[in-house]
Design a protein around this ligand. Structure first.
Ligand code: GAL
Length: 649
């Protein structure tokens, strides 16, 4: 099987003459898959019930003739203007009560029956017409599910969800701690979404609204998927978008997609973007349960993120693509194929930029397109990782309420810094859901798992007892899934957290290390103290503890270690990102050099990009990459194990 290469193709923005050039350029670039129709609803159904498929027929024929397969999208993320005019009740309402109007995309309430019916309608029309079209390789339902609405239709659905979830108002009152501030409910009709209110919102109401939206959007996805299934056996997916605003629990959604697909746009520049790329890719592999997944979108060039320009210097696009592929992606796709001449994203980079094919960007795209077929053999192999980081979207949402003791507490940041420490040490990590099987990991890291269920605590305890090494980060195990306080990890860790100490400045540790952001007054009643706070109110108190439990060890780290301190504990790597994949006796070692110097690494086998035999040493060019296939025993086995033997020129 080939690796997929291509991107969103929006031919409705161009004359048919351009389509022909597109297919010719796609052939030159080695493109073999494009996502078509993501935003085509108003072209496909210009007036309600009247479909115009002629142009799409032609586009699919052209692509098929050019050897380019199609990931056909349902266009339901952007209903046409007539839909908004006919169904004003389906326009979304913000938390502060403003009903939005037509003018962008994603402007609908997924709880509105009119929207759901229209979405199923256009999905059926497409599936009926193209279900057995030979150009199709897969289906792409919707685009980046993630819109939340607070209208009365959503409120009604929320109540239904709550009734099902809690069974009784009594149980809801208990879970939401409504005894506080006189919030006790005596009638279901009084329960509302967590709209803008006078002061702090009820944290469990807020969390439940996220849970509810994840389930509601999943139901909307499933409806479309089922419609498509009536006409086609091809894989169906949707592209996951990642962000604090997204009410989608991707870990649970993954069971409903035939292949996990993500969009990835780092919001940091420089080396931070490389680490985020690895983070996004590892997360996607975690959602996919270790199976191959697909990078559905990334940017080919520099991008304006958060009002800051993030450049993509020469070589970075290829390195990022390789990092995704090394970490399990079945290919590298982009938004979008050809840069738009107008519209809201006209300055978004594309595989074919405004400058046209005679450009650095298109040359780099073409070069990568020529390399990927040589790497196709990795597609079915598994990424090797001995460390897992726990990831739980519900914990993230639980920490997004306004009730925390410090506004600096940030679940994503805590997880990211744990990932970054290992990434810098050259150690590949998996992300694992709280209910995942952890038995194959040497180390499991649990950063700021504020919300944790009793089942997860029992599972982690069993993991340690049977020989695992567990590292629990600060502000973990504080509340149950209803956000009610109870000390979940005290017994396992042998520590009691008596008081929180959010930090304005750094705090010194006796070992010479430093903590930041957060500290705790910890009593180590049954744990060994590995490091202590030095100076300040916590002077001499435990900062890091360790406890032997059964065959394993449970650590507690009560502060956010700075990068230098973490590097002392986890290790410091080289500027070459290394990922190993394995199938049977064969290992593929990806080396991605983010530095500006050539780096020599140990290697025995065949380098797939150049096709050359390597016997002992391999030079990974500055800003470049290499992939070495070797048979068992030829290269040091463990993930990251070779990092120590790398040397810089
Ligand atoms: C994605 C989206 C694309 C495009 C892209 C720009 O989130 O799916 O349609 O908007 O962002 O970066």
């Amino acid at each position: 099987m080939n690796l997929w290469y291509g991107g969103d193709y929006n031919p409705e923005q161009w004359d048919p003459a351009v389509w022909k050039e597109d297919v010719e350029l796609m052939r030159r670039a080695g493109v073999n898959l494009v996502t078509v129709g993501v935003f085509s609803w108003s072209r496909l159904e210009p007036v309600p019930g009247r479909y115009e498929f002629g142009w799409l027929d032609e586009v699919l024929e052209l692509l098929y003739g050019g050897g380019v397969r199609v990931d056909l999208a349902t266009p339901t993320a952007s209903p046409p203007p007539w839909f908004s005019r006919l169904h004003p009740e389906a326009m979304p309402v913000t938390a502060d009560g403003v009903r939005l109007t037509h003018g962008s995309r994603d402007t609908y309430c997924a709880c509105a029956p009119a929207y759901r019916d229209a979405a199923k309608g256009i999905a059926r029309a497409l599936a009926q017409r193209y279900g057995d079209h030979p150009a199709l390789a897969m289906w792409h339902v919707h685009n980046e599910y993630g819109t939340t609405c607070y209208c009365s239709l959503a409120a009604e659905r929320f109540r239904e969800w709550l009734r099902e979830h809690y069974g009784s108002l009594e149980r809801l009152n208990e879970a939401w701690t409504t005894a506080f501030w006189s919030q006790g409910y005596g009638d279901w009709r009084d329960v509302e979404p967590p709209r803008k209110t006078q002061y702090l919102v009820n944290p469990t109401q807020y969390l439940d609204y996220r849970r509810f939206w994840s389930d509601e959007l999943l139901a909307a996805y499933r409806e479309q998927k089922n419609v498509v299934r009536e006409y086609s056996e091809l894989p169906v997916t949707t592209n996951f978008v990642f962000g604090g605003w997204v009410p989608v629990n991707h870990a649970t959604w993954s069971a409903e997609v035939d292949v996990v697909a993500i969009d990835h746009y780092p919001d940091e520049a420089g080396i931070g973007a490389e680490e985020q790329t690895a983070f996004g890719a590892d997360l996607a592999r975690g959602w996919a349960g270790g199976k191959p997944w697909l990078l559905m979108e990334q940017a080919a060039g520099g991008l304006n993120v958060g009002r800051r320009w993030h450049p993509k210097e020469p070589g970075r696009m290829a390195r990022n693509s390789l990092s995704h592929i090394a970490r399990g992606s079945r290919g590298a796709l982009f938004f979008q194929w050809r840069a738009s001449r107008g519209g809201a994203e006209m300055y978004h980079p594309a595989m074919v930029p405004h400058a046209g094919p005679d450009s650095r960007m298109f040359r780099e795209i073409t070069e990568l397109g020529s390399v990927l077929p040589r790497l196709a053999e990795v597609a079915e192999s598994n990424v090797v990782a001995e460390v897992a980081i726990l990831w739980d979207a519900e914990c993230w949402w639980g920490m997004q309420g306004t009730h925390l003791p410090s506004s600096e507490l940030d679940y994503l940041k805590a997880v990211r810094s744990a990932h970054r420490h290992f990434w810098r040490a050259g150690v590949t990590v998996d992300f694992a859901a709280p209910d995942a099987d952890l038995s194959s990991y040497r180390v499991v890291v649990v950063p700021s798992l504020y919300l944790v269920s009793d089942e997860t605590v029992a599972k982690l305890t069993a993991y340690v007892e049977s020989g695992g090494e567990l590292v629990v980060g600060y502000f973990s195990g504080v509340v149950d899934p209803d956000l009610r306080v109870r000390p979940a990890f005290a017994e396992l860790l042998g520590v009691r957290v008596e008081e929180f100490h959010p930090l304005a400045d750094e705090v010194a540790l006796a070992s010479g290390g430093r903590g930041q952001l957060w500290a705790e007054d910890v009593q180590a009643f049954a744990a060994e103290v590995v490091d202590r706070y030095a100076g300040g109110v916590l002077d001499g108190k435990p900062a890091i503890t360790r406890r032997q439990v059964g065959e394993g060890t449970a650590w507690y780290v009560s502060t956010e270690l700075d990068d230098a301190t973490a590097a002392r504990l986890v290790g410091a790597g080289e500027p070459v990102e290394t990922v190993r994949r394995r199938a049977g006796d064969t290992t593929w070692t990806f080396r991605i050099n983010h530095s500006t110097q050539d780096v020599v690494v140990p290697a025995i086998g065949v380098e797939l990009v150049t096709g050359q035999n390597v016997d002992g040493e391999l030079t990974v060019p500055a800003g470049g990459y290499a992939v070495v296939r070797s048979s068992a025993g030829a290269v040091g086995g463990r993930a990251g194990a070779a990092a120590g033997s790398q040397r810089r020129r």
